[in-house]
Design a protein around this ligand. Structure first.
Ligand code: ZN
Ligand code: ZN
Ligand code: ZN
Length: 371
């Protein structure tokens, strides 16, 4: 089953070019990473040898690749885009090759946000007269508004991570270490259809109070709350990310008290999603409830992040962002409450904004699961 044609339509090159021209750039330079994949479907390895999509304001787009990578590029969706794939030989200077093909007097070039500094400097040397800027602001505008095919890809990713969460009772038990449980979860991510495991957080007891804890050799004890935040990348490039908090046996009373508050907050936030609501207003929907219950200073991070070809991308759901939600935007809603030295909890769903409201792409139960 392949979704390449719908997921990676050829008109993205024209739309990116139009965005670059509108921002006053003479060329867009895109190295391997999520932006290259978004624009061409090509999942290129970031290597020391230069691979770069060159999208001039005037003239045809072309992809510069090391000759060794040319067969892989041709076999990728790039082969179907009808753009030239220019291979460079081991002894050639690929930066000079790009500079020589760009029209004289290139004044401003945009480089993708993830381009290695080594390559940014390579282009600076080859195009000494050109001012460099970041392509992120142009490309985020395209990438954060998902097409129906992209939403479908995120839905498949959401279903895959949901299947992993529903199997948690198989692995999460008192007496096992977080690392042992994490290994089983990582295996299940792949078994359920991911091509890559991006992160596995198994944060038991006091470790649950650290939102970015990964795994440790701590032995999970009876009554421990355990935050399990997991995600991976599907073969088509789209990412999953979902958190559920479990309790291994009866948890402490103070945990149950704030878990109920958190559940109400996260539910209210997912139900509040609609076009026109600003990112900061959505953040406030949950934060206000948590603050009113007395845990405001225990919710120590933003509500969420966009998701697509990267686990973290625009739009960020954070205080201070007046960006209005639009249909097609997909992002996490993941408030948390953290009591240092004790335990913590987080509930996270990916939600896509539709004309009628929010659609949750993670649909496993949000009530506390006591294993
Ligand atoms: Zn997460
Ligand atoms: Zn997340
Ligand atoms: Zn990025």
């Amino acid at each position: 089953m392949t979704h390449d044609a719908e997921l990676y339509p050829a008109d993205r090159l024209d739309r990116a070019r139009a965005a670059a021209v509108a921002a006053g750039y003479d060329a867009l330079l895109v190295s391997p990473g999520p932006d290259l994949r978004y624009l061409t479907g090509y999942e290129a390895l970031p290597l020391e040898r230069l691979t770069c999509l060159v999208l001039p304001a005037e003239g045809e787009a072309f992809l510069v690749v090391p000759r060794l990578e040319k067969p892989a590029a041709e076999a990728s969706p790039v082969g179907g885009l009808g753009i030239e794939i220019a291979g460079w030989a081991e002894t050639e200077d690929p930066y000079a090759l790009v500079a020589g093909r760009l029209a004289r007097g290139v004044g401003r070039v945009a480089v993708d946000d993830h381009m290695w500094a080594e390559k940014v400097f390579g282009f600076r040397a080859a195009l000494p007269g050109a001012e460099q800027g970041l392509a992120g602001p142009l490309l985020h505008g395209l990438r954060m508004r998902k097409s129906p095919a992209e939403v479908a890809a995120l839905r498949r990713a959401g279903a895959a991570i949901d299947r992993v969460h529903t199997r948690m009772a198989d692995w999460l038990r008192a007496g096992r270490t977080e690392r042992e449980v994490g290994r089983d979860i990582a295996e299940a991510l792949l078994a359920e259809g991911h091509a890559r495991v991006d992160f596995v957080i198994v944060a038991s007891g006091p470790n649950g109070a650290s939102p970015h804890h990964e795994v440790s050799d701590r032995v999970i004890g009876a009554g421990d709350p355990v935050v399990v935040d997991i995600g991976g990348t599907m073969p088509d490039g789209y990412c999953s990310d979902s958190t559920r908090t479990y309790a291994v046996g009866a948890p402490p009373a103070d945990f149950l008290e704030y878990y109920a508050v958190l559940l109400a907050a996260q539910t209210a936030q997912t139900e509040a999603v609609r076009p026109g609501l600003t990112a900061e207003a959505l953040d406030a929907v949950g934060r206000d409830l948590i603050t009113a219950a007395g845990y405001g200073d225990r919710f120590i991070h933003r509500t969420g992040h966009g998701i697509g070809l990267e686990t973290h991308e625009e739009p960020y759901i954070v205080a201070g962002s007046t960006r209005p939600l639009e249909p097609g935007m997909a992002f996490s809603v993941e408030p948390g409450v953290y009591l240092p030295g004790r335990h913590g909890a987080r509930i996270e769903d990916i939600v896509v904004c539709t004309p009628d409201g929010g659609e949750r792409l993670n649909v496993t139960g949000r009530e506390l699961v006591v294993l």
